[in-house]
Every structure is written in structure tokens, then in C-alpha cells.
Design a protein around this ligand. Structure first.
Ligand code: NCD
Length: 353
């Protein structure tokens, strides 16, 4: 008996049943949540991203990469604005020789005529081999995955941002950026998340992966209205992380901080349409450089408005453009993993399977 969507959602929420639901033939098929990735999966994914980056450096390596997903077709259905995520998924697919198409005008699809997510998925699965999807509705990607699993032509579904809650591929590229900057040593780090953590899906997905590393401590500087909900904090606590909250960015910063992850106020969810930008208390003002070490990392998922001024651009730990570049390697590694060509890529790069 196929699962109802409610049953699917219930299993998705439970850590014990999640993997069985989203994994198939030893690899992730439905990338809906960052928590899907265990520590060993992260290590393998990062090794694949490194291998892709190395191979892409030479003519011969790049030609090999282009042979790995030749004849695969990926469709990017983006119902919310995007520059980096959408374009890096396209670049990632092309690096592996897959074709990539973007459907960003959702009003020009039959969804606007009232077609169900299920029928849309089944239709796209007739033409494409994987769906990458960004949608304001939190359950859209999950519904597409559920419909795919129940169909006779299941294709992988990767969330590229689901409502306010999850952005798994961004969390993976952010962790990969930490992994490189700290030479694989994430254990014992102190990370400060700043801004609209209740609604910033990138910061949320990243936080939910931090329990994979021992003794990480988390500080959250946010306005009381932007505190994450109790269920989110419970999930962190289950992973052994109890964040300390701060009423301003200044209160959260000190010499012991290893990384600051700044986020934009997510005003697209507000109805009152005030001027764009974050309140002073959550802006990483230039004078705050004196409170942190020069090697303290500064990340932001972007886009930024006023919360991370360019005065930080020459701070040694300023990594926002590395994050953008890493997005291509990590998303290519994710596609390679989902399609099961990651081991051959690692071995071609000389890493062993
Ligand atoms: C984020 C998103 O869309 O959730 N952007 C991104 O994908 N890099 C963060 C944001 O929009 O603030």
C-alpha cells in the first residue's frame, strides 16, 4: 500500500524513519532536509566535491566529468527569486555533462491552472531525470518527492529552498566552506548565527547539521520576534546543542567566536512592506571587527541588504564569495551522489572509491 501524504510527512519528521524514506539503493534520492546527512555522508560528499574541483582544473579531467551524467536532464522549478542557487545548480549539472533547464515563471506552467503537484511531477518526470525545486510552500518539495516515490518513474527531487524551513544544499555548501577553512576540524567550534533565524531557511538547515560535529557551541543573536520555534530548538537539543540567545550582535561577539553567519531579514514574509533592511542591533557594523579575531570566519548565504557592510571585505576570514564558488562544487557533488556516479569520480581523481 503506498503511503498517504500525511504518512509520508509523519515519517519525514521522525529521525528513525527518515533515511529509509528518502534514501534508495544506498544513496539519497529525495534531498528534502539537511538532517538527512550523517557524518560519514558529509565526509563522502565533501571528498566528491574536492575531486570534482580537482578534475575540473584540467582539460582531460573536465572532459571526464562531462561524461559522467551525459544524457541526464535536470529541471529547476523555481517559484521564488534566486540568483546563486538556481545558477549554481545549472552550472553544476553542466560540469557533469547533464543538461539543465530552468522553469521560473510558475504562472506559465499548468500549476497556475490548478494542476496538482503530483500531476506536475509526473509530467516533468516524463521529460527529465531529476527535479530541483524552490517553492514558498514548505510542503511542495515533499509532496513532489512523495508523488515521485509512488509513481512508476521515480526521479530524484532536491529541495533548493522550502518555505521558511529548509535549504539543504545551502547548508551543505556552508559546511563545506567551514570544512575547508578549518582543514576539516569543525569539532569544538563556536558559531554565531545572526538575524532572522526563525525564517532564514539557510541558517536553520545549517544549524541542524551542526550536531554531526562534537562540542560545537551555538549562539543566536536575533530580535525576539525572529527566534526559532520550540520544535526547532528541540531538534537541536536532541543533537546536544543548546543555543545561547543574545539581544544584539555585539553581545554575541568575543575573541572566542570562530565564525559569524549573518542573514538577511526575510521581509518577503511580512505583510506590512516596510523599508528593506535589518535593525542596527543585527548589522555587523565595521567597528565590531575589533571584537573578534582576524581568523574569525564571516559567512552569509546572500543576498545581503545592509546587514553585512563591505567594510568587512578585507577581513581575513571574510568568505562570502568562497561560499558562492563552493556552491557549484557541492551541488555537482550532490547531483553525482544522487545519480550514483560519485565513487567513479572520486576514484578518477585518485581518491579511491
Ligand atoms: C537564501 C534563500 O533563498 O533562502 N538565499 C540563497 O539561496 N543563497 C537566503 C535568503 O534569501 O536570505
Amino acid at each position: 500500500m503506498p503511503l498517504t501524504f500525511d504518512e509520508f510527512q509523519e515519517r519525514l519528521r521522525a529521525a528513525e524513519s527518515r533515511r529509509e524514506l528518502l534514501w534508495s539503493e544506498g544513496r539519497p534520492r529525495y534531498v528534502l532536509l539537511s538532517q538527512l546527512f550523517e557524518r560519514s555522508d558529509l565526509d563522502r560528499l565533501f571528498a566528491t566535491a574536492d575531486a570534482i574541483q580537482r578534475l575540473d582544473f584540467t582539460e582531460e579531467g573536465a572532459a571526464f566529468l562531462r561524461s559522467t551524467l551525459r544524457r541526464k536532464r535536470v529541471v529547476n522549478l523555481f517559484a521564488q527569486p534566486s540568483t546563486r542557487t538556481c545558477e549554481s545548480f545549472v552550472a553544476a549539472a553542466e560540469k557533469l555533462g547533464a543538461s539543465a533547464r530552468v522553469l521560473s515563471d510558475v504562472d506559465a506552467t499548468s500549476l497556475a491552472k490548478g494542476e496538482s503537484v503530483e500531476d506536475t511531477l509526473r509530467t516533468l518526470a516524463c521529460f527529465y531525470d531529476a527535479l530541483v525545486v524552490r517553492h514558498p510552500d514548505e510542503s511542495f518539495a515533499a509532496r513532489a518527492a512523495w508523488a515521485s516515490a509512488a509513481s512508476d518513474r521515480p526521479i530524484p527531487v532536491i529541495s533548493a529552498g522550502s518555505g521558511r524551513s529548509e535549504h539543504p544544499s545551502q547548508a551543505l555548501l556552508d559546511l563545506y566552506t567551514f570544512h575547508h577553512a578549518w582543514r576539516g576540524r569543525l569539532e569544538g567550534r563556536r558559531i554565531v548565527l545572526v538575524g532572522d533565524i526563525g525564517r532564514n531557511r539557510a541558517a536553520r538547515s545549517l544549524a541542524l547539521l551542526l550536531p554531526r560535529f562534537d562540542r560545537v557551541s551555538l549562539d543566536i543573536a536575533c530580535h525576539p520576534d525572529h527566534r526559532p520555534e520550540p520544535e526547532f530548538l528541540e531538534a537541536l537539543e536532541e543533537g546536544g546543542i543548546e543555543p545561547s540567545f543574545h539581544a544584539s550582535i555585539e553581545d554575541a561577539l568575543s575573541e572566542s567566536v570562530d565564525a559569524i553567519y549573518v542573514t538577511r531579514l526575510q521581509q518577503e514574509w511580512d505583510t506590512d512592506g516596510g523599508p528593506l533592511g535589518t535593525a542596527e542591533a543585527f548589522v555587523l557594523r565595521p567597528e565590531l571587527r575589533a571584537k573578534v579575531r582576524p581568523d574569525c570566519l564571516v559567512l552569509h548565504p546572500l543576498p545581503r541588504v545592509n546587514e553585512l557592510p563591505d567594510d568587512w571585505a578585507d577581513h581575513p576570514g571574510f568568505l562570502i564569495w568562497s561560499q558562492v564558488r563552493n556552491g557549484v562544487w557541492v551541488r555537482a557533488a550532490l547531483l553525482a551522489t544522487v545519480f550514483g556516479v560519485d565513487a567513479v569520480i572520486r576514484s578518477q581523481a585518485g581518491d579511491g572509491p
